[in-house]
Design a protein around this ligand. Structure first.
Ligand code: HEM
Length: 138
């Protein structure tokens, strides 16, 4: 009997993990991809030997931003219907700012302007902060 209980408990473990994974919204998943890629990028940005890796990271970032633009923040559901369209348009405009910043970083790296790339990388902070303040649910 005890063994059966034990086996039953173990059988619940994958279920617990899958429930936890389901809690992430599709947008959160794209955000996590961006957060991971930016972290990696900041360790490589001024290293000419990391060019190929940087190119791949930039592609990942641009794709994640583009995917994020097509998704609605969780908070949209609690915005009054009359204001929702505006809220979503503002959200997508803020994502466009992020994509523009990624393009600038890519341009700086591809032309060997590493100091400029570093400055642009640190300018992502305020774009993120504004995005989270306005569009992330408390
Ligand atoms: C450098 C840029 C950014 C990074 C690294 C970043 C990172 C993150 C992270 C780590 C989360 C939490 C994910 C989780 O809970 O697992 C998050 C959530 C979120 N972020 Fe960002 N973010 C960035 C820019 C932005 C911008 C520009 C916007 C708005 C235009 C934005 C809107 C949101 C929203 C709305 C959520 C909550 C997800 C939801 O509502 O489903 N983020 N972000």
């Amino acid at each position: 009997m005890k063994i059966r209980n034990l086996l039953f408990s173990f059988s619940l473990i994958p279920l617990m993990f899958s429930l936890r994974a389901d809690e992430d919204t599709p947008l959160e998943k794209q955000m996590q991809i961006m957060a991971r890629s930016i972290k990696q990028l900041s360790g490589q940005i001024a290293d000419p030997a990391k060019q190929q890796s940087i190119v791949t990271l930039m592609e990942t970032l641009k794709q994640a931003a583009s995917d994020a633009k097509g998704l609605d923040p969780r908070k949209a559901a609690s915005v009054p219907q009359a204001d929702r369209e505006r809220f979503l348009a503002d959200y997508r405009a803020q994502i466009d700012k992020l994509s523009a910043a990624f393009n600038q970083i890519e341009e700086a790296v591809s032309t060997g302007k590493y100091d400029q790339a570093k400055t642009l990388l640190s300018a992502l902070g305020p774009i993120k902060k504004e995005g989270h303040t306005k569009f992330k649910q408390d």
